[in-house]
Design a protein around this ligand. Structure first.
Ligand SMILES: Nc1nc2c(ncn2[C@@H]2O[C@H](COP(=O)(O)OP(=O)(O)OP(=O)(O)O)[C@@H](O)[C@H]2O)c(=O)[nH]1
Ligand SMILES: [Mg+2]
Length: 393
């Protein structure tokens, strides 16, 4: 403030409404050393400025109508993206992909509402249509179908954001930790010849087919009187239940039924230690459900590992890579769309009988879609979303 130079730099002036926030905005480009940054920050504070809160710029952009809430969420996801799939999905959402989708839903609901309101205001007593013949029936039905399709795919979007969980399970000594280490490409978990080596879950983060994946190595499943091991086994089972994909590992030289009850369609059964059996069988001597991919490998020699990685990666891609259309990517989206769809489902049978009630249901659907856009004042939700940004964004 006393006129002493702090640095030489560039000042960019972005007048409203064309800045990111929509407000007048000045950007200082300085030589980024801590001393220069602090000197400038002190001078600006002395002149009456203050430091922005985390996410404050994005929040202002949102409040000034530059972004809707789903676009702001897309920006947050783009900043956090680690994988190609996360980047693609986040960019699409930031650029308004989800917004376009709910805007078309909203237009559809508004059209239907206009028809119903016209009917309430000018009832044609002679010709009361039954609900199925009602003009608004087919369009509303089509909306519920489109919303159902989006809800069905929501799982995918959420998994792309949060990562896909793969649990490696099986009897003690089957080679779970050895296989995990092969997938990780490092000695992440302890391997010994002693059954019951792994107790805590060992997690390894990987990228498979462009998607974020978390592989969990778990305690060997068996009856155990050891309290520590028993707790590890409880956790192993819980992780298996939560996981998106389970890989049941069997020792091909002495297969057991342990963990078989946890497998679901689409899971994997891997026959490890193929080096110990002269001809590893393609199918294990166990009653396996259909739809379980079974393959032999040897964690020791590395035989079959690449094939296993390819199959796993193909499954993850087929099931979870983001589709071409923007979809729901958060539990918040799923909740709003589910409420909108349920309201429309209620409206359908009421159309011909009680148009006023159908109208109320359509308005409830609109309200849920407004929440999705962030148009209703849901301060707690805003706080949660914007506080996750870094300072300066
Ligand atoms: N011959 C052979 N031995 C293997 C193979 N994979 C693992 N082993 C051995 O089997 C033993 C157990 O391997 P781990 O990877 O610790 O087995 P685990 O399933 O994690 O065992 P727990 O943690 O005790 O449940 C070790 O001595 C490994 O060296 C394999 O493909 N072939
Ligand atoms: Mg282990």
């Amino acid at each position: 403030m006393d006129g002493t130079p702090i640095d030489e730099g560039l000042l960019l002036w972005m007048p409203a409404p064309h800045s990111f926030t929509g407000e007048d905005c000045a950007e200082f480009q300085i030589h980024g050393s801590p001393a220069v940054a602090e000197g400038l920050a002190n001078a600006l504070n002395a002149a009456g400025a203050r430091q922005a809160e985390a996410g404050e710029f994005t929040r202002r952009a949102f409040l000034n109508g530059k972004l809707d809430l789903t676009e702001a969420e897309g920006l947050a996801d783009l900043i956090d993206a680690d994988t190609e799939a996360q980047r693609v999905q986040a960019l699409r959402q930031m650029q308004g992909g989800l917004k376009a989708r709910y805007e078309s839903w909203r237009d559809g609901v508004l059209d239907a509402l206009a028809q119903i309101e016209g009917e309430i205001d000018f009832p044609d007593e002679a010709d009361i249509p039954d609900d199925l013949a009602h003009k608004a029936f087919a369009p509303i039905k089509a909306l519920t179908e489109d919303m159902s399709a989006a809800l069905e795919r929501a799982e995918r979007g959420e998994r792309v954001r949060a990562g896909i969980e793969i649990a490696i399970i099986g009897a003690p000594n089957a080679g779970k930790s050895s296989v995990t280490n092969r997938l990780a490409g490092r000695e992440a978990a302890i391997v010994t010849a002693q059954a019951g080596t792994t107790r805590d879950i060992v997690e390894v983060n990987l990228v498979m087919g462009g998607l974020a994946v978390r592989v969990s190595d778990t305690a060997g499943l068996r009856e155990s009187l050891d309290v520590i091991e028993a707790e590890g086994i409880r956790r192993a089972r819980a992780r298996a239940v939560e996981a998106d994909i389970r890989v049941l590992l069997l020792d091909a030289s002495q297969p057991s039924n342990e963990g078989l009850d946890l497998l679901r369609a689409g899971d994997f059964c891997v026959l490890n230690k193929s080096d110990l059996t002269p001809m590893p069988q393609a199918t294990p001597p166990l009653a396996l459900e259909d739809n379980i991919q079974t393959l032999p490998l040897s964690a020791q020699t590395g035989d079959g590992i690449e094939n296993f990685q390819d199959k796993l990666s193909q499954t993850v891609q087929a099931r979870y890579s983001p589709g071409r259309e923007a979809g729901l990517t958060r539990a918040r989206h799923r909740d709003c769309v589910l409420r909108a769809k349920e309201a429309l489902d209620r409206a359908l049978p009421a159309l011909g009988i009680a148009p006023e009630l159908a109208g109320d249901d359509l308005r409830a659907a609109l309200q849920a879609l407004r929440e999705l856009a962030g148009e209703t004042d849901i301060e707690a939700v805003f706080d949660r979303i914007f506080s996750r940004f870094c300072v300066g964004k």
